[in-house]
Design a protein around this ligand. Sequence first.
Ligand SMILES: *Cc1c(COP(=O)(O)O)cnc(C)c1O
Length: 219
Amino acid sequence: MIQENIIAIKKELPPEVKLVAVSKFHPAEAIREAYAAGQRSFGENRPQEFAKKVEALADLDLDWHFIGHLQTNKLKLVLPYAQLVQSVDSLHLLDAIQDWGKANDKLIRVLLELHIGAEQTKTGFKEEEVLDLLFRADKYKNIRFCGLMGMATHTDSEEDIRADFARIADFRAYLRDLFPELTDFTELSIGMSGDWKIALDYGATIVRIGTAIFGERQY
Ligand SMILES: *Cc1c(COP(=O)(O)O)cnc(C)c1O
C-alpha cells in the first residue's frame, strides 16, 4: 500500500516539488518500504524517534527533515543528521542552533515556521518577528535561511485553507523582494495529506505528507 500511495502522489506532483514522507509514529520498516518505491526524503517530529530511525536506517541514503517542535536540549539528536530543520519556531531556538552550529563548525539549513492557522496552540513566528530576525540575518553565521514552513488551519473549509496558504505565499514573495541577499530563501513548505493539492496552487516547493502515504498513525 505504501508504495502505491507514493506512486499515486508522485504522479500528481510537479517534478520540482519535493515530497517529504512524514514517517512519525511508523516503524523503520515502513520507511524501507517507501524507499523501495524510490522515496528518499523523510520527516520526523520527535527528536528521540528521529535519532533512532536515523541510526536504524544508516545503510540507506536518506534525506532527513525535522518538522516538529525542537527543544534546545535535544539539538544534538537532530542537527548532525537533518538536511533541513523545517520547524524553527522561536528566537530562543534559532539562537541555540546558531551556538550549536558555531561550536560544531556546521552550517544548519532551516525554514522559519510561520504561524498561519487559526489554532491558538499552533507554534510559529508572527510576520513581524520574521522581519525583525531577517534584518539581523548576518548575526547567524552558521545558519542558512532557506524559506518558510506553515500549517493551514485544520478545517473542512477550503476557503480558509486557501486564505492561509495565500498569506504565507505572499509573505515569502515579500521577503524575497526585501532580502535579495538571502539567495537560499527559496523554499515554501506547505501542504499535508488533506491539503497538499491546494498548496500547489500557492507555489509549494515542499509538501509534507504522512497519513496519505503510511495510513493512520497509532499513537
Ligand atoms: C504530522 C505532520 C505532517 C503530516 O501530516 P499528515 O496529515 O499525516 O499528512 C506534516 N507536517 C507536520 C509539521 C506534521 O507534524
